[in-house]
Ligand binder design. Structure first.
Ligand code: ZN
Length: 266
């Protein structure tokens, strides 16, 4: 327990920057001959038909917090002429940066969480209660997406579901709001967890807190072993500490947890 707490404190407030490690990872992938893609450009390749002799690396960044580090990561990729995907929550939206990503060949879109938002606002206690509120959840998603499309001028036909503590409690991910008819209505072609794209992924690697750093494993072995399609998901906070951002995010998480616990037992 003490060890876990220490690791979390270290990860959030003390850990030295790991950004040079991210740069080395990209350089290694390029050296080995991987074709590097955003989710969107990889999806286009899937539709055209993947080549068995080629090796693909898909890079996705979920910007849960810390746009400043996301900009540094983008700069690194840009210098290496690499494009990737950046998905922004309403709390991290940066219109100018999003346009920059997209107009330089990458993808910037929406990291949505309306099931979690409404569940927290209305203190929904079960999956059934969420289903009963699905109309208003979808209405909120539609409103947010339309507003983002209008503000950025970007297509945002591919979106990425955010995972909140409440989604884990309710065992209901945010992507469940995107059923077939609703996707057609709001012009969503793909959600990043769709089987339609994930069935082409050979190995998948997600960054996580110190001391694990990756789950299930580091992508280095997969790169060295020449796996056909490697998919890497990262979050800025695991690469460079921003004390203020992490402190604020931890306080918000704590407060939301307490508030939800209280209203749940009322
Ligand atoms: Zn997220």
């Amino acid at each position: 327990m003490i060890n876990c707490l220490w690791n979390r404190l270290y990860a959030d407030f003390l850990m030295p920057s790991r950004l040079s490690k991210y740069q080395s990872l990209l350089e290694k992938a390029l050296e080995i001959g991987y074709e590097i893609h955003s989710v969107s450009s990889f999806w286009s390749k899937v539709k055209d038909g993947l080549k068995s002799e080629k090796r693909y690396l898909v890079l996705r960044h979920d910007i849960d917090t810390d746009v400043k580090t996301a900009r540094v990561i983008w700069g690194m990729e840009h210098n290496l002429k690499v494009c990737s995907s950046y998905y922004f929550r309403l709390s991290t939206i940066d219109i100018e940066f999003m346009r920059l990503i997209e107009f330089s060949g990458g993808e910037a879109s929406y990291h949505f969480e309306e099931i979690a938002t409404v569940a927290k606002q209305r203190c929904l206690k079960s999956r059934d209660e969420v289903v009963q509120h699905m109309d208003c959840i979808q209405e909120l998603f539609k409103k947010n997406l339309e507003s983002l499309r209008e503000q950025t001028g970007l297509p945002m036909t591919i979106v990425a579901s955010h995972g909140d503590f409440i989604n884990r409690l309710l065992k209901m991910p945010n992507w469940e709001l995107l059923n077939k008819d609703f996707r057609r209505e709001v012009g969503i072609e793909l959600e990043v967890y769709d089987e339609a794209i994930n069935r082409y992924v050979t190995t998948r690697h997600t960054d996580t807190h110190y001391s694990y750093l990756w789950k299930p494993t580091s992508p280095i072995d997969a790169l060295e072993n020449g796996k056909h399609v490697i998919y890497i998901l990262t979050h800025p906070r695991h690469w460079c500490v921003d004390v203020r951002e992490n402190f604020n995010a931890n306080c918000l998480r704590f407060w939301e947890g307490v508030r939800y616990k209280i209203c749940r037992h009322r």
